[in-house]
Design a protein around this ligand. Structure first.
Ligand code: F6P
Length: 536
């Protein structure tokens, strides 16, 4: 991958001039001047996902410059480097191959002398056999009873992906009840343990490193609870599983080697739902549906890899976001799914985008002077309309947003669905066009005027099924990647999370002793001492 400061490129400078010329352009006028904006600025992905990006502050010239920026930044060869297994995660000396795990049939990648295809085939066979056994009732608990509940203990990438997918694919779920435990407050695990029977529950301890404090602490509680009930530590072998690359720690914890589902070191945590981390998905919706999820992601991978910039959906989305972030200096981006089933998508994308691209040192080790990842936030569209939509329509901030809606919603009330989607369409229309007219400002007061000219992307899914959800997630993963390439940062490490983790171990022992704390700054010392004083 080349290391180029994007702001020094010809097309960045050209975009800066272009921005100075067009920054006051109004979306309303763009539509008046060009009757075929939708045709020009929309894309269809295999008749399952449609992207309308015409309601943006963009001209054809804008997009042309942005595509040229992408070419100048060599995005295409960076994509090839990732797909070919080059060690592009340099600060961790790792390849980045979540795409290889979705390409189970054809990949020929050899990494450190190991054939990826073979490795992937083995692990998928294991996931398939195990999930089918559990679903069919062949895998029994120690007392011979069928399994009824699965508890996934994990956090971040070892939780959010499967949790979001299973929320989205609720209608595909089988009889197994799935519980996700991620919070370390104690309440979460104890509340969950109250709902289950130790004889019919499987615990999946999902942690790539097997050293994440929240996960290990919750897992210890689950293990002790299980042993106290079953009265025999050996029974753990039918109930406890690790999803990890750390065999040593998993085994020390008490997990049998055969009960470990390997995560490869070349799968990043936030890109891991396609791997063994997706075991809860395979258990809940069946292996075939899990495969469909991967196939959808693989279809988007192929599109991303083989499509020219101007038709490439992840590249287009990444560039539009850069246009606002780096030229209009907008600071945030909102994700607004108009489906309760997609309600976890904003949270999931927060980790995907911000943990990947929240960086301020470039790939050459220089401090960066331009903006990188915007703040990602969001909510279901229905809630957005009754909370922060006021600010989006009349506030002072420019907030680009992705509206995500669904066309077909079988099995649910058509009436409710139409009402929801009418809101989707009306919000994007109101944001872009407002209600301003010369007459309206004369007759009414300004408080009621919406000036419009607020951008949005409309993303329509034909339906919510595993294949489409796979493609949608993969689309956002690749958007993230393109932005990282253009911002010239390393998107696949997360060193920023380490200091807090380290400090928390030290502070934990400070909290547990009886001494007054004076080894930190004035604020930290006093707030810890206050906590200790009133804890007694
Ligand atoms: O602290 C952040 C993080 O490292 C994420 O990147 C990761 O997804 C999460 O913690 C969980 O890590 P692990 O799977 O190793 O428990």
């Amino acid at each position: 991958m080349k290391n180029i400061n994007p702001t020094k490129t010809f097309f960045w400078k050209k975009l800066q001039h272009h921005y100075n010329r067009v920054r006051k352009v109004k979306i309303q006028d763009l539509f008046k001047e060009d009757k075929s904006r939708f045709l020009k600025f929309s894309k269809n992905f295999r008749d399952i996902i449609w992207i309308d990006y015409s309601k943006n502050k963009i001209l054809e010239e804008t997009m042309k410059n942005l595509f040229n920026l992408s070419k100048e930044m060599d995005v295409k060869s960076a994509i090839n480097s990732m797909f070919n297994g080059e060690k592009i995660n340099k600060t961790e000396n790792r390849a980045v191959l979540h795409t290889a795990i979705r390409n189970r049939n054809k990949n020929k990648i050899i990494l450190d002398g190991i054939k990826i295809k073979e490795e992937v085939r083995k692990i998928f066979k294991k996931i398939e056999n195990f999930s089918e056994d559990v679903i069919a009732g062949n895998w029994r608990g120690y007392s011979g009873k069928r399994i009824t509940d699965i508890v996934n203990i994990g956090i971040g990438g070892s939780d959010l992906g499967p949790r979001m997918v299973l929320k989205s694919l609720k209608s595909y779920r089988n009889h197994l009840k799935i519980h996700f435990v991620y919070s370390s407050d104690g309440i979460h695990i104890f509340e969950t343990l109250k709902k289950i029977s130790h004889e019919t529950t499987l615990f999946l301890i999902s942690s790539k490193t097997f050293s994440t404090h929240e996960t290990i602490s919750n897992s210890e509680i689950a293990k002790n609870w299980f042993i106290s009930k079953s009265k025999n530590i050996k029974h753990m072998q039918l109930h406890f599983f690790a999803i990890s690359m750390n065999y040593k720690k998993s085994i020390e914890f008490g997990i049998e080697k055969k009960n470990i589902f390997k995560i490869f070191d070349w799968i990043g945590g936030r890109y891991s739902l396609w791997s063994s981390v997706g075991l809860s998905i395979a258990l809940s919706i069946g292996f075939k549906n899990f495969e469909n999820l991967l196939d959808g992601a693989y279809a988007m991978d192929n599109h991303f890899l083989n499509t020219t910039e101007s038709d490439n959906i992840p590249i287009i989305l990444a560039l539009i976001s850069i246009w606002y972030n780096n030229f209009f200096r907008s600071e945030t981006e909102v994700i607004l799914p108009y489906s309760q089933r997609l309600s976890l998508l904003p949270t999931y994308l927060q980790q995907c985008l911000m943990e990947s691209n929240g960086k301020s040192v470039d790939r050459l080790g220089n401090f960066i002077k331009y903006q990188t990842c915007p703040i990602i936030w969001g909510e279901t569209g229905t809630n957005f309309q009754h909370s922060f939509c006021q600010l989006m329509h009349q506030g002072k901030k420019l907030i680009p947003c992705d509206f995500i809606g669904v066309i077909q919603n079988p099995g649910f009330s058509e009436k409710c669905h139409e009402e929801t989607m009418s809101n989707f369409f009306s919000q994007t229309r109101a944001l872009a066009f407002g209600n301003f007219s010369k007459k309206s400002t004369k007759n009414s007061n300004l408080y009621k005027v919406l000036f419009g000219n607020r951008p949005s992307n409309s993303i329509l899914l034909k339906k919510i099924d595993p294949y489409t959800i796979g493609a949608l997630i993969s689309m956002y993963e690749h958007k993230t990647f393109v932005q990282g390439v253009i911002w010239n940062i390393y998107s696949f490490d997360q060193w920023g999370v380490e200091l807090g983790k380290k400090l928390s171990f030290q502070i934990l022992s400070d909290i547990r002793n009886n001494k007054e704390i004076d080894n930190y700054d004035d604020s930290t010392n006093n707030i810890i001492n206050l906590y200790k004083k009133f804890k007694k």
